[in-house]
Design a protein around this ligand. Sequence first.
Ligand code: BV8
Ligand code: ZN
Length: 257
Amino acid sequence: MSPSIQHVLQQAAARIATAERIVCLTGAGISAESGIATFRSAQSGLWTKYDPMQLASQEGFARNPSLVWRWYMQRLHQVEEARPNPGHLALARLETLAIQKSGQMSLITQNVDDLHERAGNHHVLHLHGQITHYRCNDCRRYYLLRLDDRQAEDPPWCATCGGQIRPDVVWFGEMLLEAVYRQAQQVVQECDLLLVVGTSGVVYPAAELPYIAQGNGACVIDVNPQDNAIGQIADIALRGTAGVILPKLLDNLLSTR
Ligand code: BV8
Ligand code: ZN
């Protein structure tokens, strides 16, 4: 690790050590080292010729429900096979330390996987829903996925209204769940430090959150191997992958105690 990165890590750890109300905001990048492709990287395998923005939409589902259904069943299998990586585990350790110190830490994620929960984080806000939950596209009634649904060519039907079943995620062009987004806005408005990990900062309204934090005087730290929209406004930019940077950040934090 270069001396300059080490110096920035110490700076970031010192800011976290004095913070009273820490919030984390994560994007697809934190799950990359668990083998889950990010939205911006080329889709893998048979999905390379499809645009995720098209598939993750009402239009895409209406146009080809079978294709969208099989895409989600393949992604669900990928999530279930994946394991939390050291980046996820470091954020779970951070929650433990933050709760010991100030009794709270919220983790807001754009991701639809459950790797933060499986790593041990307890207060996770899923802005874009969860690929592990299913519901009717029409009446929104919850649906418990059955084994044979996973191999099915087409989405199952709702027993109540006959609508098609879909993952309980927020598609492009769909509103976020009002209560979840309001809660995310509130914790971000009240925080004094926002740790942003693995997001390109292009998907709205999630991408607004770092601006709200900074507008309220919070320190914004960005962890990402690439420069990005959030890195442009961040107080501290840690250029590296979540799986490498976050454990080192926690080690630095523990050495300040
Ligand atoms: C909304 C669930 C109000 C689905 C997702 C036209 C019509 C309608 C809306 C719009 C429109 N034009 C713009 C909009 C708004 C639109 C939007 O923001 N579009 C963008 C693309 C311009 N937003 C919406 O539609 C939202 N709703 O606005 O409602 C409305 C309603 C109607 C009409 C108007 C407005 C809903 C957005 C939610 C979409 N659903 N997910 C599913 O997953 O199947 S978002 C989806 O994209 C994922 O959740 C993912 O998280 C996200 C992508 O963002 P990132 O997480 O940042 O991931 P990305 O791949 O982009 O970047 C990864 C980053 O990680 C990179 O920076 C990379 O460098 C970094 N990285 C890589 N490896 C690592 C790493 N970092 C750390 N460690 C590593 N190892
Ligand atoms: Zn229904």
